[in-house]
Design a protein around this ligand. Structure first.
Ligand SMILES: [Ca+2]
Ligand SMILES: [Ca+2]
Ligand SMILES: [Ca+2]
Length: 574
């Protein structure tokens, strides 16, 4: 995607939001205006919150549906420009769903495939807000959600303009970090850089693992869409495409988490002793420390750097070699040290990210094999893979990353794979993808996670697109693609709240994410482009800052959102 298309998509996005605002303004004029005021057109007075749809819009060839929470039987798709009727049909329903405790009706307008701006006119209910059908409806969201990583950068000043606000902070955490808890009292070593983890400013290797792994897979799977993407970020890696440039900012930091003693051990995290209050990052001046190593962090370090070596090599062969050399040192250490070593918690009260390591070790072996072709790595991977009866997980996140290794193995073009394992992984992948499709189609808001809710489940909804799109590579199936698009539609407005879950984007987005910058900067609008975690049940999401458990932001969920959007920015579903 070239910058021109981003700008035009951005302009379209802003224009669309402006239209909604005018519609609301005219509603108030009607209520309080003089009798002589011109009668507003009907379409401006009846925007109904009962019509929930993908507020980013729809690709022309994709399925298109809305969920309506009032009784209805007929709907018309009208042009936003001139109110001409384009398409009319019956709704289906009612469908009742337990977790949301609602009866709903579904409008299917998949047959409308002409690019343009539209709204739904549902008799007896009202009209929807305007939405777009077009090739580039996800471009601006992808741009913003990847730029969100840039805005998370630690150790440097960042800034960005969005909808008239300037979001910025000065260089932060330039004192990272102290070695008191890894045997070097009162000694500091460079640990600057990387991304803040979430609503807090700390940095955790295990959560970086699933994040970086997911972003590299987005690059691998959708490189044609991403290689010309301009993110308008500082040129911190000359010669790299912007998408990889942003990942390299994190990789540069990951290097620093390896112990300086040459052992290959990797610190589990770099944090304060306790979480800070809601202050800007440059005001967060308390000491931060490298913590004790863990085997999971060490394995994730190997996997990330092996991937970096592979994907950075065409742009920066020397750096790629450095990545591979560092990965090998830590891999060799893990080979000689088989125990599942948890980082000693010490006095730290920040995020634990404790996890068992067989999945992390499996992932490390897969990436080392894919990067080098070394037989030892393949053997290690297959010995580990065969022990899992369940090869592919439906719901997964940072604690369980074996899917990342399984995906790399399955999609690898290298020779020598064990056909039994390969077939088992393939079979479980397709049955998992089929199960996700079935759950999505059964849900009234096409939520492919069905009725499962927990901390960060919006991230899982986004991450399900990874399983679906890998399945689609192995065995192309429009159901996989449409369910992935349904996941995006759900996150951007076709849900119980009729709201977008991504700050600054889509219809009525979150205003109060659990994010220290957004809480401390004195600007009403939150920092843009971030997906919030979501409710622990279908009806308990809270758009309030204090709700860390439902309204935080985090790099691992964000990477899944980037992956979800990256597959669809060139236009047609694939
Ligand atoms: Ca499975
Ligand atoms: Ca694990
Ligand atoms: Ca704010």
């Amino acid at each position: 995607m070239k910058i021109r298309s981003i700008i035009s998509s951005f302009a379209a996005h802003k224009g669309w939001r402006t239209n909604v605002a005018i519609a609301l303004l005219m509603t108030f004029t009607t209520a309080f205006g003089a009798e002589s005021a011109p009668k507003p057109q009907d379409k401006l007075t009846e925007v109904s919150s009962d019509i929930r749809l993908n507020s980013l819009g729809y690709l022309p060839a994709a399925n298109k549906q809305a969920t309506i929470t009032s009784e209805c039987s007929d709907f018309v798709v009208k042009s936003a420009a001139d109110d001409n009727a384009f398409y009319s049909d019956k709704t289906s329903g009612p469908f009742h769903q337990e977790d949301v405790n609602q009866a709903v009706w579904i409008a299917d307008f998949s047959k409308v495939n002409k690019q343009g701006k539209y709204y739904l006119d549902v008799s007896g209910v009202g009209r929807s807000y305007d939405f777009e059908i077009g090739d580039k409806v996800y471009n601006f969201a992808l741009y913003s959600s990847m730029r969100a990583f840039y805005l998370w950068r630690c150790g440097t000043a960042v800034e960005g303009e969005f909808n008239g606000n300037r979001f910025a902070h000065a260089a932060c955490h330039t004192d990272d970090a102290w070695q008191d808890y890894i045997g070097e009292p009162n000694s500091r070593r460079d640990g600057t850089g990387g991304w803040h983890d979430a609503g807090d400013y700390n940095k955790y290797v295990v959560n970086a693992g699933v994040t970086v792994g997911t972003l590299f897979l987005a690059w691998d799977h959708f490189q044609d869409n991403l290689k010309d993407l301009s993110l308008d970020i500082p040129d911190t890696a000359p010669g790299y495409p912007d998408f990889l440039k942003e990942i390299k900012w994190e990789i540069d930091w990951i290097f620093k988490m390896q112990y300086p003693d040459g052992s290959g051990r990797v610190s589990h995290k770099l944090t304060r002793l306790n979480f800070s209050g809601f202050i800007m990052p440059e005001k967060d001046l308390e000491k931060r420390y490298f913590t004790d190593w863990s085997s999971a962090a060490t394995a994730d370090f190997v996997a990330m750097l092996a991937m970096a070596a592979r994907y950075f090599k065409p742009y920066d062969p020397n750096y790629a070699q450095k990545c591979l050399d560092a990965a090998k040192v830590s891999y060799d250490f893990l080979r000689e040290n088989r125990e599942n070593k948890i980082s000693a918690p010490g006095p730290f009260r920040t995020g634990g990210y404790g996890t068992s390591d067989p999945d992390d070790r499996l992932w490390a072996a897969a990436e080392m094999w894919e990067t080098t072709g070394g037989g030892e790595y393949l053997k290690n991977f297959e010995e580990r893979a065969i022990r899992y009866n369940d090869k592919i997980d439906e719901n997964w996140d940072w604690p369980e990353v074996k899917n990342l290794g399984m995906f790399t193995y399955l999609l690898s073009e290298r020779k020598g794979k064990n056909t039994t394992i390969l077939e088992d992984v393939r079979r479980d992948l397709l049955s998992t993808a089929d199960a996700i499709v079935a759950k999505g189609n059964k849900d009234v808001y096409r939520r492919p996670l069905g009725d499962k809710y927990y901390w960060g489940c919006n991230g899982t909804v986004a991450r399900e697109t990874l399983t679906l799109m890998v399945a689609n590579k192995v065995s192309p199936n429009p159901d996989y693609v449409n369910t992935a698009l349904d996941a995006i539609g759900h996150l951007f407005g076709r849900n119980y709240y009729g709201r977008s879950y991504i700050t600054g984007l889509g219809h009525q987005p979150p205003m109060n994410p659990h994010d220290r910058r957004s809480g401390a900067d004195g600007i009403t609008e939150p920092w843009p482009g971030y997906i919030v975690g979501g409710g622990h049940s279908a009806r308990d999401w809270q758009d309030v800052t204090r709700s860390a458990s439902t309204n935080e932001i985090a790099i691992n969920w964000q990477a899944a959102l980037v992956y979800a959007l990256a597959g669809f920015i060139s236009g047609e579903p694939r």
